[in-house]
Design a protein around this ligand. Structure first.
Ligand code: SF4
Length: 156
């Protein structure tokens, strides 16, 4: 994780999951896995987040919420789809109300398979996402685009 320039802040949204993957996301925050020791913070404010962790598939009810959270996050940002439902809608794919995985409404950078996704796989997915985040940050720098500031006027 030597490429991390800043503490990455994560926002988690449960699309229409069975809560299995959400429990595993929470497990990452417990003393057992303790992602906070890497500076990874779980925030409730999209304007402070670098990484969007989504569990569950996308349906007509939540598609706008997913889009709104994504749009409120400052650039650069990455999206991690956690669990097979978020990756491709999984076993709910044929349901009448399901549109698909997270990538049916927003771009996804990292796919973490599993049902449920294991905490180790989720942490691995976030670390992969951080490499993508740094790549995006470098590309913005090359193009002379400054990073967006948070609501309070400072970078997170
Ligand atoms: S991938 Fe499995 S555990 Fe995760 S939300 Fe879907 S059904 Fe639940």
């Amino acid at each position: 994780m030597s490429y991390i320039a800043k503490s990455p802040w994560v926002i988690h949204y449960d699309g229409s999951s069975c809560n299995g993957c959400d429990i595993e996301v929470l497990a990452c925050l417990t003393p057992m896995y303790d992602v906070e020791r890497f500076g990874i913070i779980n925030t409730g404010n999209p304007k402070h987040a670098d990484v969007f962790l989504v569990t569950g598939s996308v349906n007509e009810q939540n598609k706008d919420v997913v889009k709104q959270i994504y749009e409120q996050m400052p650039e650069p940002k990455v999206v991690v789809a956690v669990g097979i439902c978020a990756c491709s809608a999984g076993i709910f794919k044929q349901c009448y109300n399901i549109m698909g995985g997270v990538d049916s409404v927003i771009p996804v950078d990292v796919y973490v398979p599993g049902c449920a996704a294991r905490p180790e796989a989720i942490i691995d997915g976030v670390v992969k996402g951080l490499a993508v985040l740094q790549e995006k940050r470098d590309n913005m720098k090359k193009l002379g685009i400054s990073e967006e500031k948070t609501e309070e006027g400072g970078e997170n």
